[in-house]
Write a protein that binds this ligand. Structure first.
Ligand code: ATP
Ligand code: MG
Length: 286
């Protein structure tokens, strides 16, 4: 059962009548657990069901169903205007769906959470344009992005500071910017700024990362490194990657979802969806 910490929700009928996960009473307890760690006991980090979004009567998302597994790297492809960015807007709380359910783990109802609460719960999003602080060094950008619990910080300053520095070093190595740590971010290449922004997301330790066209404008070498990076991140994080670059998608994807007119048109391995007549028709071409 998908449950939520919001008490009034428990007055509604159980969401999944076939589930054996418990009763409404359990929901309160699960909600409390959710504040400390995401409940993903069924292996699904994101559940979207029957999601619709209308803009002045135009359905940007139309009865969309999507499930992302814990640690999965999912690619979302589809023609311009298919609803890929709108999908990310719904997950991050930027756009409220007109209908449907959106769950993060088993207990967090994304349709009832603010953008800030969703980010704090562990969903990180990277937009296409990098938004690093150009005047600050690479290291300082990562430092700023770091999650700090100020009450704990006061009492454990010395120890935390060492741990936090280690985490920054680790992220610097992951995004291959260790040698540029003291460089002002404004002097980095476009691709390096993108890596820094991914690093800034990683400092927050998100469980689900949403990346919208991450390799647009990158050189071939930068694109290759991004593929390596995402393959390294999956498992520890779940990733949802929207991309038009099929070479890139082919190099990273386990599982691909094709969106068309706000609806899931096909899902499977890249080879499977590439062989699907409907996908060829609307997106890949003949
Ligand atoms: N705020 C909005 N108001 C009105 N229409 C919108 C709004 N946001 C998106 N749309 C429309 O919804 C549809 C889906 O847009 P979306 O940006 O999600 O597509 P996309 O799949 O990300 O496309 P692309 O590959 O070009 O980035 C488009 O027709 C777009 O014009
Ligand atoms: Mg888009």
């Amino acid at each position: 059962m998908r449950v939520t910490p919001v008490p009034e929700f428990m007055l509604e009928p159980a969401y999944d009548p076939n589930s054996d996960a418990g009763t409404g009473r359990d929901a309160l307890g699960l909600g409390q657990v959710a504040q400390q760690g995401l409940d993903v006991r069924h292996g699904t980090i994101l559940t979207l069901e029957d999601i619709s979004v209308s803009f002045d009567g135009f359905k940007a998302l139309n009865d969309l169903n999507l499930y992302i597994g814990v640690g999965e790297l999912r690619c979302i492809i589809g023609p311009n205007g298919a609803g890929k960015t709108t999908l990310m807007d719904v997950i991050t709380g930027k756009t409220r769906p007109n209908a449907g359910k959106a769950w993060f783990g088993e207990t967090l109802d994304l349709t009832r959470m603010s953008e800030v609460a969703i980010a704090q719960a562990g969903i990180g999003r990277k937009f296409q344009k990098p938004t690093v602080f150009e005047a600050l060094s690479v290291f300082e950008n990562l430092e700023l992005a770091q999650k700090t619990d100020k009450s704990v910080w006061a009492s454990l300053r010395a120890r935390l500071s060492g741990e936090q520095k280690d985490r920054i070093d680790e992220v610097l190595a992951t995004i291959k910017l260790d040698v540029s740590r003291h460089r002002p971010a404004g002097l980095l290449s476009h691709g390096q700024k993108q890596f820094l922004e991914i690093g800034m997301l990683l400092m927050q330790d998100p469980q689900l990362l949403l990346l919208d066209e991450p390799v647009a404008g990158m050189t071939d070498a930068e694109t290759e490194f991004t593929a390596e990076l995402f393959k390294h991140l999956k498992g520890q994080h779940s990733l949802m990657v929207v991309e038009h670059d099929m070479g890139f998608v082919g190099s990273i994807a386990d599982h691909v979802t094709v969106l068309h007119q706000g609806h899931v048109l096909a899902e499977g391995s890249l080879a499977e969806v590439q062989a699907d007549e409907r996908v060829i028709e609307v997106y890949l071409g003949r």
